[in-house]
Design a binder for this molecule. Sequence first.
Ligand SMILES: CC(=O)Nc1ccn([C@@H]2O[C@H](CO)[C@@H](O)[C@H]2O)c(=O)n1
Length: 109
Amino acid sequence: MYRKLTFFSRFVPDILAGRKTITLRDEAESWPRIGETLDVHTFEDDRWFCRICVEDVHPIELAALDDTHARQENMTLAELKDVLAGIYPGRDAFWLIRFKLCSGDDSQP
Ligand SMILES: CC(=O)Nc1ccn([C@@H]2O[C@H](CO)[C@@H](O)[C@H]2O)c(=O)n1
């Protein structure tokens, strides 16, 4: 059994295309561990849509977010900050989870 992470369904196409390779979460969702495989579901209807392998997890402040992070979200920095303000109003400290799509077969690199 893999642990489960959810994403808003509007991000599904970007995740499946490999255009979105990070997510920024609060402490409640800082639990993924590097090397861990996760089952990924939509937040709205709990639909499974892929597995991801966690490549990095680290804390990051809002002020430290730059264009590289925005690119990894397939957004501009302004769009990313808007999205964060919408999901996490007033928060300025996050956890960055970087991931790649994976099969869930642990024997694969
Ligand atoms: C319940 C809950 O909080 N779910 C979340 C939280 C965040 N995100 C995405 O991560 C990035 C930065 O936050 C943006 O692309 C967000 O849309 C998400 O898809 N689903």
